[in-house]
Structure formats: structure tokens, C-alpha cells
Design a protein around this ligand. Structure first.
Ligand SMILES: *[C@@H]1O[C@H](CO)[C@@H](O)[C@H](O)[C@H]1NC(C)=O
Ligand SMILES: *[C@@H]1O[C@H](CO)[C@@H](O)[C@H](O)[C@H]1NC(C)=O
Ligand SMILES: *[C@@H]1O[C@H](CO)[C@@H](O)[C@H](O)[C@H]1NC(C)=O
Ligand SMILES: *[C@@H]1O[C@H](CO)[C@@H](O)[C@H](O)[C@H]1NC(C)=O
Ligand SMILES: *[C@@H]1O[C@H](CO)[C@@H](O)[C@H](O)[C@H]1NC(C)=O
Ligand SMILES: *[C@@H]1O[C@H](CO)[C@@H](O)[C@H](O)[C@H]1NC(C)=O
Ligand SMILES: *[C@@H]1O[C@H](CO)[C@@H](O)[C@H](O)[C@H]1NC(C)=O
Ligand SMILES: *[C@@H]1O[C@H](CO)[C@@H](O)[C@H](O)[C@H]1NC(C)=O
Ligand SMILES: *[C@@H]1O[C@H](CO)[C@@H](O)[C@H](O)[C@H]1NC(C)=O
Ligand SMILES: *[C@@H]1O[C@H](CO)[C@@H](O)[C@H](O)[C@H]1NC(C)=O
Ligand SMILES: *[C@@H]1O[C@H](CO)[C@@H](O)[C@H](O)[C@H]1NC(C)=O
Length: 713
């Protein structure tokens, strides 16, 4: 519900990452988190010579060409090696050493599917399950366009009465049980939005349903709707009613990466484990608002009406009462057949060696898309990455050398479950543990006019300082910075990282991380996420007609990467981490106050105090190092900064999810995208197991103490 969300909520965590949708949970309001002040800065920003070389190198015309390259050829995961090679070739031309890293992973491609509704009177409707081909938008007419489907959905049939389950979170199913709605053996009709789609299917399966249909609801489009008089794409900015959101139904909050090779890189001959641990064993199909309408209407007058269900966002904007059903005799029959196969995928990797061989920064974006287009998700980021390599090439020509290694990653297989990045991290983890300073992610670089930012706290200061150096033009007016535009819509709150894009594997191995991209304002055209209409045509006519947001976003990422790679002292602000820990602690106290029983968190509190002392010490050491110019001392500080967040990872992982190790932040088990802070403690408390919560107070405190010990002097 991004449009209304932008109006009403501080937008912490509203990243426009790729497997990620728009979040609308009140959980996103962090009453305790310090917000940045709107600040009257020098305008226009003043840049150094090297910063100017980088910024001036960005050209919206070439970015538009790169966008067209990526978005005019089919490139679903594992399908277009030439795009990977092309990416590596452009990076090579710009002075990077580049090549491909191949993995052989489990994937599934669509073969066939069907959906039929039979009403109690015996009449039937067959749904085409296709998006309209538009002559204005060439890629929607390609013979090899990707059918609508869910990646990793189960091959199978289901035929049963059906029930509407809202957004398909556990709380929704629990509400249905409380209302006496029969679930066992039924098919779920769920609305997109909120939790990651794979969890909607997982919950359906766990509650005994036998299939899941997931639809897009115009109620999540804010004011830019046909009902409000806006024309639909391609004639106007409203959603095309045939649009369908494809996407993966893997169980993202439990395990990203190839589901058959948990913890190790996937090779042709790798041992494979049972995939059904992490993907569904009931079929699912994504459908359009158009196809959802008769299904919802069939339930009108049966079960409990949407208003009486009385749950936030249960009722959408289609012409129906959003009743639970089931309607006796109203049956859907669904079939779904995917080609389940092992396929090579190709990451393009480029690098420039720094003078400090033991310090590395990584900048990554995925390349694979669910559709031929993907001009927003993810290839706005891919086009920006090519232009960024060109900017660094321009700097290299002046004789500049980075202090730290710079690695570029163009990941494949992200859409199925962050596969390319996860397999790569699993392969290079010893080297990354030794040298990685930070991972900067750009997924959907541009799908609207509002920059958005999530990051681990030590990056907050540098991320906002760089934002003040970039001009963000809106409607041809060059009067504000990236920071000003961001501030206008976020009120100065940087998001906490959950999951939904390629930073996940880095973060959960204890690597500092940041995720950036631009999404829609309440008045921006509707972006068709994972639909054929996320195309070059949409981008160049509605999303970013002059490619000027692309340009400004690229300038931002380049300057940020430049400072991370070049500044004598890694530009981390560790005292910011303390501030955030205090805020998360206060939020935890509120969760505990709402729980049955008592939990002693003094150990955690003490650990945060110890961290605070260490963070202040290292800041003082930094000042001393800079003032003395002592190269050894500078190295000591840099290595403390590089290493401290490794301490936050817990061996063995969070409860019931070994992959996710970070004790400070993780995606919610039942959200998949949205973050939970102090996840071990918070989720055990919410789940009513205070014994487990107490264990996690200790484990979390220990993680913070290890990080503090690395920082301490
Ligand atoms: C791969 O992508 C390129 C560039 O978009 C495109 O020209 C080519 O047709 C694609 N290849 C296949 C096999 O789809
Ligand atoms: C699923 O349905 C299709 C089409 O109705 C049919 O051809 C197929 O045999 C069914 N498969 C199973 C396992 O029932
Ligand atoms: C959306 O429409 C409502 C009334 O239809 C109006 O009150 C509100 O200001 C509009 N919001 C925006 C951002 O245009
Ligand atoms: C809906 O729930 C809220 C609290 O969750 C309650 O205050 C309100 O009375 C309920 N409305 C109806 C119509 O049941
Ligand atoms: C809504 O559906 C009802 C029948 O269920 C129909 O009579 C009415 O015309 C529809 N309204 C719109 C705006 O389509
Ligand atoms: C399934 O994919 C494999 C390649 O991974 C291909 O060889 C095979 O032809 C495909 N099967 C069908 C039915 O398309
Ligand atoms: C970069 O450094 C690595 C090891 O530090 C070395 O193996 C590699 O050859 C270097 N590459 C280039 C292009 O200098
Ligand atoms: C920039 O100019 C626009 C249009 O003139 C105006 O609405 C906006 O307030 C200005 N923004 C700033 C930060 O000055
Ligand atoms: C690049 O921006 C200029 C305005 O600064 C505009 O005239 C031009 O059309 C843009 N190029 C593209 C490809 O959109
Ligand atoms: C981070 O630290 C800076 C000063 O170093 C401060 O201005 C800012 O408010 C801090 N932010 C947070 C979120 O603590
Ligand atoms: C609560 O957690 C403890 C410790 O991990 C575990 O032994 C116990 O089985 C859990 N209790 C329940 C009811 O899940």
C-alpha cells in the first residue's frame, strides 16, 4: 500500500527491493529511534575534484541505453548468459577485472496452469491468467514473454471450495479459526501486500489448505486508481487491471539461497538436500485484480463479511464485500505445472584491487527479472551499476587508486530467493570474513521519485552526509538535494534491514550493509511490480522519463562507494550503533510489557552499556590516529571498524533458522521482508516462550559483547 503509506507513516524500512513489496505495518513506526533533522545546507553542494569527476561522469542518455539493453531481452534466472557476459565486458572496458561466477542451482520454470471457477448453479468461468499484450509496449508482445507463475510453486492440482484469507499471515488464519471458518481442505484466496508471498503459501499449507491464489488489489494503489478517474497504463498512470505479480514462493524468512544446498555453494555434483523444507508442497497461482473480482464476489454473503472480520486492510477496493466464505458449492479448480530443474546461473563479478589488500567493499545488484522487462526491478540498478563503473573508470584515468578493493557483483537468481549472492557468499566466506568492510546493495534503483535508505547503524552518518551532496531534480527543478527529497517523505528515519534483497547473506555473516533505491510518492504513477508492465516503455514514459532519477541515484551510490573505498579512515560512525541499540532496547521493553510473564533483560542492558564505552573509545582512538597520522594506528582503527559487526552473528543461527545469524536484526519469521530487532528475544517473547527468550537475552548480549571487545582499546 505504498501510496497511502507514504502519506501516513514514517517510512522506515520502505525499501523497494526486489523480492520485497511495500510494507504497511504499524510495526514500522519506531517511536524511540532518533530521527535526523532537516537541515539547511549549502546549496548547491560543494564537491571535491574527485567527487566532481565521478558525479559529472553520469549521463542520463547512456543510462537509458543500458536500461534498454537489459529490459528488451528475456533474462529470468539462468536464461541469459549473454547479459552476464555483457555486464562483465562493460565493467572490463571501464577498468575493472571482470568475469563470470557460475553455480548450478535448483530452479523451476512455468509450463502450464489453469484456473476454473464453478458456481453453485453449475456455471463455470475459465481464467486466461495472462497479462494483456499492449502494442505500445513491445516486450509485452514477445513470443518468449514469461507466463504468470510463482517460482518454486508446487506442481499439482487442487479442487475445492475456497476462503478469503486477507493477507495470509498467521494472525489472519487465526482470526478465521476464531470466526469458525472451515480451513481444512479448502483453497486460500489471499491478497498481495504485507508478508512475503511465500509465507502466504506456507501459512495456507500449515493451516491445512490445499492451494493458494494470490491477487493484486487496487486498494493498495492509494489515489492513483481508475476509480479516481486516472487512466490505466499504457494510457495513464493507474494500474493496468490485467497486471499480475509473479514472484517466488520460497520460505524466505527461513532460508535464502538454493534450497537444496543450505550452507555451501551449489555445483553440478553438490549433494542436494530435501527441497520441500524450504519451498511449498501445495500449488499456488498469482492472479490479477480482474480475475480476483468474480472469485471474491462468489463469496459475498457467505461466512463473515469483511467489515465484521474487522482486520486492518482486510477489505480492499474491488467490488465485493471481502467475505470469508466458503460459499457452499462454489469451487475453484487449479492446476499448476512447473519444470523443476537444475540450471546454471551466472554472477558477473568485477574488481579493482586497492592498496590495502585486506579491506574490501562490495557493491551489488541483481540482474535477473521475472519478465522480459525489469526496467525497475532490477535493471534500473543494473543500468546504474554500468554507469558507476564508467565513473570509476574516469577516476582511474587520472591515476587515482582506491585504498580498498572494490568488488562489483551482478547477481543472478535473486528473484527465486537471493540465490546468486548467497551461493557466492557461501563460496567466498573465508575471504569475506577476513576483508569485507561493507556491502552496498541497489536492487530497484528507481521505480518512482522518492529515495529510500536502509542500513546498519554505523553507516547512517556517511549515508546521510553523501545524500546532501547530490542534487535530486523533480519535474525539471534542480533546487533540492537527495537528502531533502528523502527527508520530505521519511521524516529522517533510516530503515532497519529485514530481507528481500541481496544484502541478506552478507548481513547475516556479520558484514555491514546498506540498501538503497527510489520508490513512488503518493502522486507518482503506479509501478507494476513483477509484471510485464515493469518495462522499458513504462520507465521511459511514466517511471523516469528523462532517466534523471537514475542519474542522481547512480551519483549517490558512486560517491558513497568512493568514500568507503578511499577515505583514510573507514567512514563508520559506531556511536550511532549505540544510539540505535538503546532504541531497539526500548522497543523490546514494550514487547515484553505486552507479554504474559516477566523477562529479565539486564544482561542485554549491561552489554549495550559495555558496547557504548567501547564505541566511544574507538571514536577517541580514531581522532588520535588522524591527528598523529600514525599509519599503524590508522590500520588498527580500520580493522576494528571492519571486524566489529562479525561479533553480532550467533553460531547455529536464530531459533529454527540456522541461516539467519544476526542477533540485532532479521526479517520477521511471519513477514519475510519487514525487520524484527533483537529477533531471538522478540520473537520468542511474542511466541510466548519466555524460556527461549531468556536464552536469547544471553545470546544477544554475548553477540554485543563480542562486537564491543573487537572495538575496545
Ligand atoms: C539476452 O538479452 C539480450 C539483451 O537484452 C537480448 O538481446 C537477447 O535476445 C537475450 N537472449 C535470449 C536468449 O533471450
Ligand atoms: C491435473 O489436472 C490436469 C488437467 O485437468 C490433468 O491432466 C492431470 O492429470 C491432473 N493431475 C493430477 C495429478 O491429478
Ligand atoms: C487522495 O484523495 C483524497 C480524497 O479522494 C484526498 O483527500 C487526498 O488528499 C488525496 N491524496 C493525495 C496525496 O492526493
Ligand atoms: C474492531 O476491532 C477493534 C479493536 O481491534 C474494536 O475496537 C472495534 O470495536 C471492532 N469493531 C467491530 C465492528 O467489531
Ligand atoms: C458491483 O457488483 C454488483 C453485483 O455484485 C453490480 O450490481 C454493480 O453494478 C457493481 N458495481 C460496479 C461499480 O461495478
Ligand atoms: C526442463 O528444463 C530442462 C533444462 O533445465 C530442459 O532440458 C527440458 O527440456 C525442460 N522440460 C520441459 C518440459 O520444458
Ligand atoms: C588482485 O589481488 C589479488 C590478491 O591480492 C591477486 O591475486 C590478483 O592477481 C590481483 N589482480 C590484479 C588485476 O591486480
Ligand atoms: C523546489 O521548487 C519547487 C517548485 O518550485 C517547490 O515546490 C519546492 O518547495 C522547492 N524545494 C526546495 C527544497 O526548495
Ligand atoms: C537526458 O536529460 C535531458 C535533460 O537534462 C533530456 O533533454 C534528455 O531527453 C534526457 N535523455 C533521455 C534519454 O531521456
Ligand atoms: C548518528 O550520529 C550523528 C552524529 O555523529 C548524529 O547527528 C545522528 O543523530 C546519529 N543518528 C542516530 C540514528 O543515532
Ligand atoms: C521453549 O523453548 C525451550 C528452550 O529452547 C524449549 O526447550 C521448549 O520446548 C520451548 N517450549 C515450547 C512450548 O515450545
Amino acid at each position: 500500500m505504498r501510496a497511502q503509506l507514504l502519506l501516513t507513516l514514517p517510512l522506515a524500512g520502505l525499501a523497494f527491493a526486489c523480492v520485497r513489496e511495500h510494507l504497511a505495518s504499524p510495526l514500522l513506526q519506531h517511536a524511540h529511534r532518533r530521527k535526523y533533522a532537516k537541515r539547511a545546507d549549502v546549496f548547491p553542494p560543494v564537491l571535491t575534484t574527485e567527487e566532481q569527476i565521478l558525479v559529472n561522469s553520469f549521463d542520463n542518455n547512456t543510462i537509458s541505453q543500458w536500461s534498454a539493453y537489459y529490459a528488451l531481452g528475456e533474462h529470468i534466472a539462468g536464461h541469459n548468459k549473454s547479459q552476464a557476459q555483457w555486464t562483465a565486458d562493460r565493467w572490463s572496458e571501464n577498468g575493472f577485472t571482470a568475469g563470470l561466477a557460475e553455480y548450478v542451482v535448483f530452479l523451476s520454470y512455468p509450463l502450464s496452469k489453469s484456473l476454473t471457477l464453478t458456481l453453485p448453479d453449475g456455471s463455470t468461468t475459465d481464467f486466461a491468467l495472462e497479462e494483456a499484450r499492449l502494442e505500445e509496449d513491445i516486450t509485452t508482445t514477445y513470443p518468449d514473454r514469461v507466463p504468470t507463475f510463482h517460482g518454486y510453486s508446487f506442481t499439482g492440482n487442487a479442487s475445492a471450495e475456497f476462503v478469503y484469507v486477507g493477507r495470509g499471515q498467521k494472525v489472519d488464519f487465526d482470526r478465521l479459526i476464531a470466526l469458525g471458518v472451515p480451513l481444512e481442505g479448502k483453497i486460500a484466496l489471499a491478497k498481495y501486500g504485507g508478508p512475503f508471498r511465500g509465507l502466504k503459501v506456507k501459512n495456507s499449507q500449515d493451516y491445512g489448505l490445499i492451494g493458494t491464489l494470490i491477487f493484486t488489489d487496487p486498494g493498495d494503489d492509494g489515489n492513483i486508481t481508475e476509480a479516481n478517474g486516472y487512466l490505466a497504463y499504457p494510457d495513464g498512470p493507474a494500474r493496468n487491471p490485467t497486471s499480475v505479480q509473479r514472484g517466488s514462493v520460497a520460505f524466505l524468512s527461513t532460508y535464502p539461497g538454493d534450497p537444496t544446498t543450505p550452507g555451501y555453494p551449489s555445483r553440478e555434483d553438490s549433494p542436494r538436500s530435501d527441497r520441500f523444507v524450504n519451498i511449498p508442497h501445495i500449488p499456488s497461482i498469482p492472479i490479477s485484480q480482474l480475475d480476483a473480482t468474480p472469485l471474491l464476489q462468489a463469496l459475498d454473503g457467505h461466512g463473515t463479511s469483511g467489515v465484521e472480520v474487522n482486520r486492518t486492510r482486510w477489505v480492499g477496493a474491488l467490488n465485493a464485500t471481502y467475505s470469508t466464505g466458503p460459499a457452499p458449492g462454489a469451487v475453484v479448480s487449479m492446476t499448476n505445472v512447473n519444470n523443476e530443474t537444475y540450471s546454471p546461473i551466472w554472477n558477473a563479478i568485477g574488481y579493482i584491487n586497492g592498496t590495502n589488500a585486506d579491506e574490501t567493499i562490495i557493491i551489488g545488484n541483481h540482474r535477473d527479472a521475472w519478465i522480459v522487462g525489469g526496467a525497475g526491478d532490477p535493471n534500473s540498478g543494473s543500468a546504474i551499476m554500468i554507469e558507476l563503473s564508467k565513473a570509476f573508470g574516469a577516476l582511474l584515468e587520472t591515476g587515482w587508486k582506491p585504498r580498498r578493493n572494490i568488488v562489483l557483483g551482478s547477481w543472478d537468481g535473486e528473484e527465486y530467493g537471493l540465490i546468486g549472492s548467497t551461493e557466492w557468499v557461501e563460496e567466498y566466506i573465508p575471504w569475506l570474513t577476513e576483508t569485507a568492510v561493507t556491502y552496498l546493495n541497489i536492487d530497484v534503483g528507481v521505480s518512482g521519485s522518492v529515495p529510500d535508505l536502509s542500513a546498519t547503524p554505523e553507516l547512517h552518518t556517511i549515508a546521510t552526509e553523501i545524500a546532501k551532496k547530490i542534487i535530486w531534480p523533480v519535474d525539471g527543478v534542480y533546487n533540492q538535494t537527495w537528502y531533502d527529497r528523502w527527508y520530505e517523505f521519511t521524516e529522517g528515519e533510516i530503515g532497519v534491514l529485514g530481507s528481500g534483497s541481496d544484502y541478506t547473506s552478507f548481513l547475516h555473516r556479520g558484514i555491514s550493509a546498506l540498501d538503497v533505491g527510489a520508490g513512488g510518492s503518493p502522486t507518482d504513477p503506479i509501478w507494476h511490480y513483477h509484471s510485464d508492465y515493469d518495462s522499458y516503455h513504462w520507465m521511459s514514459t511514466f517511471g523516469d522519463p528523462g532517466f534523471l532519477y537514475h542519474k542522481a541515484m547512480g551519483q549517490y551510490l558512486a560517491l558513497l562507494a568512493y568514500h568507503m573505498a578511499t577515505d583514510e579512515i573507514i567512514p563508520f560512525d559506531v556511536p550511532n550503533f549505540t544510539t540505535e541499540l538503546h532504541a531497539y532496547y526500548e522497543e523490546l521493553e514494550e514487547v515484553i510489557a505486552g507479554a504474559d510473564g516477566d523477562l529479565d533483560t539486564s544482561e542485554l542492558h549491561d552489554a549495550i552499556d559495555t558496547f557504548e564505552i567501547a564505541a566511544n573509545q574507538v571514536k577517541a582512538l580514531e581522532t588520535q590516529a588522524v591527528q598523529s597520522g600514525d599509519a599503524d594506528l590508522i590500520k588498527v582503527v580500520n580493522h576494528k571498524y571492519r571486524d566489529f559487526s562479525r561479533g553480532f552473528t550467533s553460531q547455529g543461527g536464530l531459533p529454527a533458522r540456522e541461516f539467519y545469524r544476526h542477533v540485532i536484526t532479521a526479517p520477521g519469521l511471519d513477514t519475510g521482508y519487514a525487520p524484527v530487532t533483537f529477533p531471538g528475544i522478540t520473537e520468542a517473547t511474542q511466541g510466548g516462550n519466555l524460556t527461549l527468550a531468556a536464552e536469547w537475552v544471553t545470546k544477544t548480549a554475548n553477540g554485543i559483547l563480542v562486537a564491543a571487545a573487537i572495538l575496545a582499546t
